[in-house]
Design a protein around this ligand. Structure first.
Ligand code: TYD
Ligand code: MG
Length: 454
């Protein structure tokens, strides 16, 4: 047997030499060469992954593909949020606070799809079949041919739906109540949620059934159970809204088959969720007199502008107590930033005042383009001078106090003009469509001057 030859590998750069040297000739490091045996052992042969596999077909990006044929549910706001309809064989996760309306939404989706002739199975692990049937009656879906079951064993469910033609849609309400007998543990534990989801997703891919999993949301707003659930499915949807308000928004956080910028808007009514096809003015308060401390921001949801009202309240404190700052529907860190810029660059003082900011109607804003409207509401509240009532305000605020341009400014202004707004307070460099007068601001100080009438 041949004597195994040693090779010398630099531990710093990985280069290989046939004899030992004090300095690596490649990276010039000293004393980094170490002897490593070059023989191929049984162990390394078995662990060398570069041989022994089956060749995989490699194709170019320009190869012909068939676009997935989407299944329209007939609930347009739902179809819009998921990118144009349900993709067969896809797995979706719908998260949301308890009582927000997930079961209602999915029962309506299931009912509508079943009524159009597809096989739809709805499995509830939380409610009895009678409870679901009662809800369906209330939703006017009593006659929809949805196949209903109350079950929690993934094996039972997959055995049942696996016989006969594969359903077009399988709804699992909720994944936290499911258990898989492949592993130990109570339902709702991380490993059970993961194992159950894995089996259900596998079924979806193998049989071409679209699977919708309902997931509960924990207090901090993430879907309970492992984050890995979000990686396993193709689409992650959040159903949001305030329970005390009527409006609900279905929003995709991840979508392998479409964009994540479109939302579906619903109103919770006595007979279930009603679609809101034109949400532009949903979050506005109608009033005849201008009020100080409010400003209207033209938000953009996918291709649809939504006008939202931002309200601010500034309360002067007589005592030396630490003033509170609270924001609802807007990031409190961003509120602190806008306040700091107003103080540092515009000479306004909020130091001894409590500041409250609220986005009306339970809407949540994350767009930095709302900075300028937030600032306008704050300045207006501080000075008790109202912003013109028929004005929309947009612009991102830089720490330097400059007002930065926003995306799709013209589109936002156009929609505002359509709804009767007469004035736009915008950053410089936005093309104004006809029908709306614009005032352009390069610096936040100019906006403050405008509101204070200086
Ligand atoms: P639900 O779908 O059970 O919420 P989730 O599955 O997200 O926990 O919705 C529960 C709430 O919806 C309930 O508090 C009452 C309200 N609701 C209506 O207002 N109208 C209706 O027709 C239905 C079915 C529910
Ligand atoms: Mg439910």
């Amino acid at each position: 047997m041949a004597k195994p030859r040693n090779r010398y590998v630099c531990q710093a750069c990985g280069s290989e030499q046939s004899r030992w040297q004090g300095q690596c000739p490649d990276c010039a490091e000293w004393n980094t060469l170490a002897a490593e045996s070059a023989v191929v052992t049984v162990f390394s042969a078995r662990h060398d992954l570069s041989t022994g596999g089956r060749p995989v077909e490699l194709v170019g990006l320009d190869a012909e593909i068939a676009l997935p044929k989407r299944l329209k549910t007939g609930i347009e706001e739902f179809d819009r949020a998921i990118g144009g309809g349900i993709v067969p064989g896809s797995a979706m996760l719908v998260g949301g606070d308890p009582g927000i309306g997930k079961s209602t939404l999915l029962l309506q989706v299931a009912g509508k799809l079943a009524a159009s002739g597809s096989r739809v199975v709805y499995v509830s692990g939380e409610e009895s079949a009678d409870q679901v049937r009662l809800r369906a009656l209330r939703l006017g879906l009593g006659n929809a041919p949805v196949q209903l079951a109350a079950a929690t064993s993934v094996r039972d469910i997959l055995t049942t739906v696996g016989s006969g033609p594969a359903p077009a849609l399988l709804v699992i309400d909720s994944i936290q109540t499911m258990h898989s007998d492949l592993i130990e543990g109570a339902p709702g534990t991380v490993s059970q949620v993961r194992a159950s989801a894995q089996e259900l997703v596998r079924f979806a891919k193998e049989r071409g059934t679209a699977v919708i999993l309902v997931g509960h949301v924990t207090k901090d707003g993430t879907i309970a159970g492992p984050r890995v659930l979000e990686h396993m499915v193709d689409t992650v949807l959040g159903f949001e809204g305030e329970r005390s308000h009527q409006y609900r928004i279905l929003r995709a956080a991840k979508n392998r088959f479409g964009g994540t910028d479109e939302i579906g808007v619903f109103a919770m009514e006595g007979a279930g969720l009603k679609e809101v096809p034109n949400p532009s003015v949903l979050f506005l308060t109608q009033r005849s007199e201008p009020v100080s401390g409010t400003a209207v921001f033209p938000a953009l949801e996918g291709t649809r502008p939504v006008l939202v009202e931002i309200q601010a309240l500034v309360v002067r404190l007589a005592s030396g107590a630490t003033p509170r700052r609270a924001a609802v529907g807007w990031d409190s860190g961003r509120l602190a930033m806008v306040l700091a810029v107003l103080e540092a660059r515009c000479g306004l003082s909020f130091a001894t005042a409590e500041v409250y900011l609220n986005v009306a109607g339970g809407y949540r804003l994350a767009d930095p383009a709302a900075d300028l409207a937030v600032a306008a509401a704050l300045v207006s509240a501080l000075s008790e001078r109202p912003v013109p009532q028929l004005a929309v305000i947009m612009g991102e605020i830089a720490l330097s106090g400059e007002v930065r341009p926003v995306a799709h400014g013209a589109l936002r202004l156009k929609e505002a003009a359509k709804l009767g707004f007469e004035r736009g307070w915008v950053p410089a460099g936005i093309d104004a469509p006809s029908g709306i007068a614009t005032t352009r601001f390069g610096k936040l100080g100019e906006l403050v001057d405008q509101i204070l009438g200086r």
